[in-house]
Design a protein around this ligand. Structure first.
Ligand SMILES: [Fe+2]
Length: 222
């Protein structure tokens, strides 16, 4: 891949420390110990359900925006087809945790999730392709990692079966491919000092939004 050293530095200096930091906040330390409340697990299901619907709409927007540019159009069409069923998977997990249909109908994003989703959609609408996909590279890397944590803790401490854990089983594997695809777009389009600066800023911000989102869920669903 062209620009590989830039991507390697981005991952080493910003993304990997961000993932490590996320895994050390109380949401995940309590999850690993089996001490995270059912309400906070439900909170993730509701908040991610709302976020996933938003990013499906975002991918559709990106397809329209980039319909004249075959590589980007194909990228966003593929991402849309990958994500289109994921709101339903987040909901399935929430229902297994005791939520009802109307909880999803009535859910609103908590403040920090609103900021995270807002930043993702802003990037899809306004940012350059490299800046936009740098945020995705952070998000996909983090979803991949935290899904492994959810999957093993939900099996071990919360006795959830495979069907209820499907969101996490899929994301701990499939998002490795999504991470690689996002990295390819960033590498291809981060072809100037300015673009590389925008990529680093986008990645730094996305790390902070993601950590804040889980802290926000922890607080809002106390
Ligand atoms: Fe997904």
């Amino acid at each position: 891949m062209e620009n590989q050293s830039f991507i390697d530095a981005l991952v080493r200096e910003i993304i990997q420390p961000g993932v490590d930091g996320l895994m050390n906040i109380r949401y995940f330390t309590e999850l690993r110990e089996g001490k995270l409340s059912a309400k906070r697990l439900q909170g993730f299901a509701l908040q991610h359900y709302l976020h996933n619907i938003a990013i499906c709409k975002g991918f559709a927007l990106c397809m329209v925006k980039n319909a004249h540019q075959p590589d980007l159009y194909d990228h966003f069409a593929h991402q849309f087809s990958e994500e289109k069923d994921h709101p339903a998977l987040a909901k399935k997990f929430g229902l297994a945790m005791g939520l009802k249909d109307e909880d999803f109908q009535n859910a609103l994003p908590v403040f920090e999730s609103l900021a995270h989703t807002g930043a993702v959609l802003r990037s899809m609408l306004l940012a350059s392709p490299a800046e936009n996909r740098a945020g995705a590279l952070v998000n996909e890397t983090m979803v991949c990692r935290y899904s492994e944590e959810f999957d093993s803790a939900l099996q071990k401490h919360y006795r959830l079966g495979e069907d209820a854990r499907e969101f996490f089983i899929i994301h701990s594997k499939v998002d490795k491919e999504h991470t690689a695809l996002a990295a390819e777009v960033v590498a291809r389009y981060a072809d100037s000092e300015r673009e590389q600066f925008l990529v680093r800023e986008s990645a730094r911000n996305m790390v902070r939004f993601k950590v804040a989102k889980f802290d926000g869920i922890y607080k809002a669903y106390a």
